[in-house]
Design a protein around this ligand. Structure first.
Ligand code: AHR
Length: 307
């Protein structure tokens, strides 16, 4: 890759391919593993030479990876930002080097939107709202207080901020819903279990768990069972993602509802990358299409689920 950068001169890799530097968040969840697979497989089938790095959930590692892609003069940089803030400097460096940037999965809070070409990913606020709406419907005939505990995703990440906000917007309309504890479980199973254990110790009456992803919900299920309670019955559970293990727990009755967040962003990402490198116009925002699953729907969807 020599002179890529949305100036109409699509640069070529060693074998004539477009070169993409992709800075991944980490391997914190089933969702992330499926996302990485999608990016790697679609790069292959789109003939894109992929340079891939795993930031192990650390912003400084992602910034290092992006700087190294700038140095290597890749044609396009794509990344899923660990957190929302603190990207302006490195994004300006990419812009000055004339290397287009595509945000995938997660957003940044940079005011200057010219620092990236497009943002491909889910509407996380809407995902939070969907979780809240299910809960409102589930308890529509009850006047009793509903005690909710929340397992947040990685602190400062777009999905944690937005899933919290969307959910709160819906449930705060009815004062019977109380979020009695809310803490980060960093999107991992181990942390989800650990934080849920602490929630259970501190709160004798928990009616509902809202976990920002399946993995934290699955960890929490272990904590709930360990405390002698029945997940899905004694404590209702709502999660986000709909990865295979989450869907299995939903079909088994241990989770009550899952809001889907699709990790299969690879094919659209490759398509957008080719366009921006050629200097073609792309939409500023590409929102992923997603659904929701009840226990019955999970049983039907599981056999043909891709991830
Ligand atoms: O950014 C998407 C989120 O990141 C997924 O919902 C979560 O599982 C992952 O770690």
């Amino acid at each position: 890759a020599a002179c890529g950068g949305g100036d109409g001169s699509a640069a070529k890799g060693g074998d004539g391919a477009l070169v993409m530097g992709f800075a991944q968040v980490g391997a914190e969840s089933g969702w992330r593993t499926a996302n990485t697979k999608s990016v790697q497989e679609s790069a292959k089938s789109a003939g894109v030479e992929l340079k891939f790095s795993d930031a192990q959930q650390k912003q400084e590692n992602q910034i290092k990876a992006i700087r190294s892609y700038i140095q290597q003069k890749v044609d396009v940089i794509a990344f899923s930002p660990v957190v929302e803030s603190g990207w302006d400097t490195v994004l300006k460096e990419a812009k000055e080097a004339n290397i287009p940037v595509i945000l995938t999965d997660r957003a940044v809070d940079s005011k200057d939107t010219s620092l990236y070409k497009t943002f491909l990913g889910s509407d996380f606020i809407e995902e939070g709202r969907k979780a809240g709406k299910w809960l409102v419907e589930e308890y529509k005939d009850s006047k009793d207080p509903v005690n909710i505990v929340e397992l947040q995703g990685t602190t400062g990440s777009a999905p944690a901020n937005d899933r919290k906000a969307g959910f709160a917007e819906v449930v705060s309309a009815d004062s019977k819903f109380n979020v009695i504890a809310s803490q980060s479980g960093d999107f991992t199973r181990a942390k989800g279990k650990e934080v849920m254990e602490a929630f259970l110790k501190a709160n004798p009456k928990i009616d509902v768990l809202y976990a920002h992803n399946d993995d934290m919900g699955l960890g929490a299920i272990e904590a709930i069972e360990g405390a002698g309670k029945v997940p899905g019955k004694d404590i209702k559970i709502i999660t986000v993602d709909a990865v295979h293990d989450g869907m299995q727990a939903l079909a088994d009755g241990k989770i009550n509802y899952i809001v889907e967040c699709s990790p299969l962003l690879g094919p659209q990402l490759m398509d957008l990358a080719k366009k921006v490198v050629k200097g073609e116009q792309v939409p500023a925002r590409v929102v992923t299409e997603e659904t929701t699953f009840t226990q019955e729907q999970a049983k039907q969807a599981l056999p043909t689920r891709q991830y």
